[in-house]
Design a protein around this ligand. Structure first.
Ligand code: PBG
Length: 309
């Protein structure tokens, strides 16, 4: 499995020359744009040329209506412009969901204890246009609202961004494996009355396989270009099921908790990190993923260069 199938997620911070380690993700950091660009350069020299950007928005800019998401000068847009300027040949995938910008920590708008679906789509669609204007190659809705792929496709096409693709988080489960990511962005749902404590009303039930087929049908109809399953290893059955259902490319997200498990066990001397990481990624590819989002992209690319275990 060649490193060019991997996407490296990066957490971007405001400021200059900043690099903050993420506790539960050894080896991964939140970095300012300049440091992120250095890492992109390193990645590309190893054969990894696709990056998924997640902005760690300053808490002072987070509001209940997540309005910073539509600011064309927000951290995400500035990062896209700077990275594209440095490396026009790289592929930038930007996240569409409100949680990094919301003071309530949900992917959608919250009102009266409920996450509002359609009102959220009305923000996600222009959000995709703002990111496309900045130079994003692929917008990736991770929010799980119904109808957002169609809403984004129409908005992008209306503004002349027919060439910008949509990678949809088609089957995103309400998983406990996202913990380290929420720490990295400080984006967990807040513990306040009238704000749902979890994301189970819009993310999928881990016990439900068939709903993934329904989500895939809808995403394909609405114009998605790539379908993603998330998390990866605990949901390999879903990866292979959707692989068999469509000719579209399939992506899988080897999420923060999956990465942390191997790193933590290896730190204790309980597992061989390199062997386990490459076996995990190979298994995700074997199940049918053409593209894999993984925090271990650089580790794997180095193993590929130096010889897989
Ligand atoms: C939220 C989002 C999450 C991840 C990617 N986008 C977390 C969540 O749904 O709360 C998790 C990725 C990971 O754990 O690595 N829009």
């Amino acid at each position: 499995m060649t490193p060019d199938r991997l996407v490296l997620p990066q957490f971007v911070l405001d400021g200059k020359d900043r690099c903050e380690p993420i506790d539960a993700m050894p080896g991964r950091n939140r970095m300012s744009i300049d440091r992120t660009i250095n890492e992109c350069e390193q990645a590309m020299s190893l054969g990894v040329r696709s990056f998924a950007l997640f902005a760690a928005i300053d808490p002072s800019l987070k509001t209940p209506d997540a309005r910073e998401a539509l600011n064309s000068e927000n951290l995400t847009c500035r990062a896209v412009r700077a990275i594209k300027d440095a490396f026009p040949e790289c592929c930038l995938i930007t996240d569409i969901a409100l949680d990094p910008y919301s003071s309530l920590g949900h992917d959608g708008l919250v009102e009266g204890g409920v996450v509002l679906n359609d009102e959220t789509v009305d923000i996600l669609a222009p959000m995709a246009v703002v990111q496309a204007e900045a130079g994003s190659d692929i917008v990736a809705p991770s929010d799980m609202m119904d109808g957002r792929v169609g809403g984004m496709r129409a908005a992008l096409d209306a503004d002349g961004f027919t060439h910008v693709s949509i990678l949809s988080y088609t089957a995103k489960y309400a998983s406990a494996f996202y913990g380290p990511f929420r720490e990295a962005l400080d984006s967990a749902p807040v513990d306040t009355p009238d704000v749902p404590r979890d994301k189970k009303t819009y993310q999928m039930d881990p016990a439900n396989a068939r709903e993934a087929l329904l989500e895939a049908e809808l995403d394909i109809e609405e114009g998605a270009d790539i379908l993603m399953i998330k998390p990866a290893l605990p949901y390999l059955d879903i990866v292979s099921m959707l692989r068999a259902e469509t000719t579209l490319p399939i992506a899988a997200y080897h999420v923060s908790g999956e990465y942390a498990m191997i790193k933590a066990a290896a730190e204790r001397g309980w597992l061989d990190e390199n062997a386990c990481m490459s076996e995990a990624l190979t298994s995700i590819a074997r199940a049918g993923a053409d593209v894999i989002f993984t925090y271990a992209a650089l580790d794997y690319a180095r193993l590929w260069r130096d010889g897989l275990p």
